[in-house]
Ligand binder design. Structure first.
Ligand code: PEP
Ligand code: MG
Length: 840
């Protein structure tokens, strides 16, 4: 008796005794919780990890049974252990962590030839009882009594009817061990515990632990419960889940098996829940308690005896999908079961992305063609087009095309926008194709390095597999997988519930959320998705496609007159684009970044030069490292007419839009600054343009001027930059490139996968901000800038502005806003709110 409190812990008493999963196993804790919630639970107790062997002592096992009997009587069951209704028991186990390869449950302990007939009478059907009995005998004989497994299999095979199998097994046990299988429940319990522990310790159990990377000495707790038997057609067992996992609507569903037998595999398909003796109202009550507690879609296993339901287990459905979680979270708030902050905390922003983009629904028969980087989320099906021209032509005919290329350049943008998706064999997450596709909301897979693209032959090859241009493929921009042929694609599923949840997130977050948008259409998308302004308008993107020659003319101008002409054309084109964009922006803020064009992206392709002289100028302009060359503000220092012209176009556009009644809050931004002198001179150019516009129009255009911080030197000199700048915006794409010295266009194909596979990096630093290096520069720059100008506005406009874990970091360093691709805006809103919740 003295060992009782140590070896047997009734469900519901573990926590009070200071015991957790390490002692009680996950199931013991789960049952504790259910009792704590006041839910009907099958009476039972846990033999903690390490105590199971003690049940081999008959007296100890007897004490545990006596305790269980008291619990059963006190619990939901009426008195048990009458002559006709002996108490039968069920034993299962669990470890401190969820394990899928545990020994099976032992379904009935306490049966003997002496009591079986009376039980069959109560139940009204002998099959239920004999099936369970045979299984129990088979398991204990092999694992606790050392009976040969082949001999046991022979008996099972020779006796398909369990009523004959049970006596045959009992005979085999006597033959093999020289002793009859005990009728005494306490002895049976000792053997059952031994069988379970032996199985867990066996080579088979060791292999399972190894496969799951679990410690070999991981122990198991044993869970013993009372089985009260009622008439078979008033009893049964089943499982149910609270919600429709597709929509998240409350709609309990499940199966119910009439009868007493409870074994694996389940016999037959079962019956609908409605067939449950006693009705399903109790399930509604259980789910109403469980869902707020679990903050998840609830699933339960239960049994019904004589029309009374009791839980065998309960937990949250794993990975129910973002739509179900969203609906559940909003329902729980509506029911006053949880608060809005708790609801916002329920939805993982990474997961939420799936609601905003079409999704591939795999059926299992798909043929994988290639695997690349998940460069832009969403899914699409289309015909392979191997050139921009073909893509444009086919798209114009209304065909769905997937542009497949080794990489893309600004000249390919119209084709990229016409295509339903893009697939590249080179380039990483910050490559041209990836950035443009994300901005335009096209799914993209980049850096599928196994693909060989032969444009001349019109083929795409991966090993033995060759696809020809025009063949249909499907890609998943979330996983980087490309499949042959058309697959089922589920459309994006934004819902009213998601809008509500995001509205609550807006009330919580501290960070502003803006979007990177270069044209009116993208800006409109961003505002529809909740962006508060534009944090980055890359003006070089306004010169992609048809407008490319405008920049080419400037770069390749051979005389002052040609240069002035080029500037005039560029100004006019920009003014029109800005006007259209500012109309959509309305009264919101917009950060317009003056040209930052790596020259190689803008020079004509070889052979496309007007004449020898122009080809020579292009050759002169050629750079070995264009990303480190005459880019950003450096070009404006050399070509002094460019920034004033751009600024003038912007200010004139503002005057036009303002006259029509809106007041965009202009912020002019200077890119790739390293020297405070570069910034001050560029700012002087902008002021010059503003003065010229005022002189011409009589309107004083309000604007702020700021700098990007995207070189390590700029971060280290942020205090000096802040003297001239009204705001600073971290360009974490270039800052990552320059801090690591990783080429943003190359490393993902050349080494990143290797680094990730070998644990040198845990994420691509172009996708998830590196808090230790790049992040340290950002933190330091924030401190330096604020020490010069405490109220200076600080934001981020690199791709990290839309990544949840980066947002968490950026929130912690106290930035004012993040800016990201339009379609990532909802993700950023939610992530910014969650950053506040986790920081609190
Ligand atoms: C950056 O470098 O983070 C940035 C926003 O600029 P871009 O990607 O245009 O170089
Ligand atoms: Mg940059």
């Amino acid at each position: 008796m003295h060992t009782l409190t140590r070896i047997a812990v009734p469900h519901g008493q573990g926590r009070a005794r200071g015991l957790g999963a390490a002692e009680l196993g996950v199931h013991g804790v789960e049952m504790d919780n259910l009792v704590g919630l006041g839910l009907p639970v099958v009476p039972g107790l846990t033999i903690p990890v390490g105590a199971g062997e003690e049940l081999a002592n008959r007296e100890t096992a007897g004490v545990a049974i006596d305790l269980l009997e008291k619990l059963a009587v006190r619990g939901i069951w009426p008195a048990v252990r009458t002559e006709r209704r002996p108490m039968l028991m069920h034993l299962r186990c669990s470890a401190a962590v969820p394990v899928s390869a545990l020994p099976p449950a032992i379904s009935v302990i306490g049966l003997s030839p002496r009591n079986v007939d009376a039980l069959v009478d109560v139940i009204g059907r002998d099959r239920d009882i004999y099936d369970s009995w045979a299984e129990t005998l088979r398991f204990i004989a092999e694992n606790a009594l050392g009976v040969d497994a082949d001999d046991l299999d022979d008996v099972v095979d020779d006796h398909s009817d369990s009523r004959a199998r049970v006596p045959a097994l009992l005979d085999l046990i006597v033959d093999a061990t020289g002793v009859a299988f005990p009728a005494d429940p306490a002895e049976q319990l000792g053997l059952a515990a031994k069988a379970m522990l032996t199985r867990w310790a066996s080579p088979r159990g060791q292999r399972a632990r190894k496969a799951l990377s679990l410690p070999d000495d991981l122990g198991i707790a044993l869970h013993l419960r009372a089985l009260r038997l009622g008439s078979w057609n008033e009893s049964g067992y089943g499982s149910a889940v609270s919600r429709d996992l597709e929509t998240g609507r409350y709609s309990p569903s499940g199966v119910f098996h009439l009868g007493v037998r409870r074994t694996d595999p389940e016999p037959g398909p079962g019956e609908p829940l409605g067939a449950m003796p006693g009705g399903t109202a109790i399930l509604d009550q259980i789910f109403a308690t469980l869902e707020p507690h679990l903050r998840g879609v609830a699933q339960v296993e239960f049994e019904v005896r004589d029309r009374q339901l009791a839980l065998l287990s309960a937990g949250a459905v794993e990975h129910p999908g973002p739509r179900a979680i969203t609906t559940l979270a909003v329902d729980l708030v509506n029911d006053h079961a949880i608060g809005r902050r708790e609801a916002v905390a329920m939805l993982d922003p990474d997961l939420m992305q799936d609601l905003l983009h079409p999704q591939i629904k795999l059926t299992g028969g798909e043929q994988l063609v290639a695997r690349g980087l998940p460069a832009s989320p969403g899914a699409a099906t289309g015909e392979i087009a191997l050139s921009a021209d073909t893509a444009l032509q086919w798209a114009a005919q209304g065909r769905n095309v997937i542009l497949v290329a080794s990489e893309t350049s600004p000249a390919d943008v119209p084709a990229l926008l016409a295509a339903t998706a893009v697939l590249t064999s080179n380039g990483g997450l910050a490559s041209h194709a990836a950035v443009v596709a994300r901005g335009a909301g096209r799914p993209a897979v980049c850096g599928a390095t196994d693909l060989r693209i032969d444009r001349a032959a019109g083929t795409v090859t991966n090993g033995d597999l060759t696809l020809t241009e025009g063949e249909v493929v499907s890609l998943n921009g979330r996983t980087g997988h490309v499949y042959r042929g058309a697959v089922t694609i589920r459309p994006a599923e934004p819902s009213a519930e998601l809008d509500r949840l995001l509205g609550w997130a807006d009330d919580i977050r501290r960070l502003g959320v803006r979007a990177n948008a270069d044209n009116a259409e993208d800006a409109a998308t961003a505002f529809r998705l909740g962006a508060e302004g534009i944090g980055l308008c890359r003006t070089e993107h306004q010169f992609l496609g048809d407008q490319l020659p405008l920049v080419q003319r400037l770069v390749l101008a051979e005389s002052d007159a040609e240069e002035l002409d080029a500037i005039a054309a560029l100004t006019a084109a920009q003014q029109a684009d800005f006007t259209e964009l500012l109309r959509v922006v309305g009264d919101r803020p917009i950060t317009v970044r003056l040209l930052d064009a790596p020259l190689h992206e803008f020079l004509p392709a070889d052979g496309d030069y007007r004449d020898e002289a122009q080809a020579r100028r292009a050759a002169d302009a050629h750079e070995s490292n264009p990303m480190l060359g005459l880019r950003g503000v450096r070009f404006a220092m050399v070509q002094k007419r460019l920034y004033p012209a751009q600024a003038e176009a912007l200010f004139r556009a503002w005057v036009t839009v303002h006259a029509d009644g809106s007041t965009p809050q202009l912020e002019v931004m200077i890119p790739l600054v390293s020297l405070p002198g570069e910034l001050s001179r560029a700012i002087a150019q902008v002021h010059e343009a503003a003065a010229a516009v005022t002189a011409d129009t009589g309107v004083m255009v309000p604007y702020k001027v700021g700098s990007m911080v995207e070189t390590p030197r700029a971060a280290l000199l942020a205090g000096s930059l802040a003297e001239d700048a009204d705001f600073l915006s971290f360009g974490t794409n270039d800052l990552t490139q320059l801090t690591y010295g990783f080429s943003r266009d190359d490393v993902e194909k050349s080494m990143l996968t290797h680094y990730l596979e070998h644990g040198l990096l845990s994420d691509s630093p172009f996708a998830v901000l590196d808090p230790d290096g790049v992040g340290a520069l950002v933190s330091r720059a924030v401190l330096l800038a604020r020490s010069t100008k405490p109220d200076i506005k600080l934001g981020v406009c690199g791709e990290h502005g839309g990544d949840p874990s980066s947002i968490d970091f950026l929130n912690s360093v106290g930035l004012h806003y993040v800016s990201c691709s339009p379609r990532r805006v909802p993700v950023a809103r939610l992530a910014a709110a969650r950053a506040v919740l986790t920081a609190d």
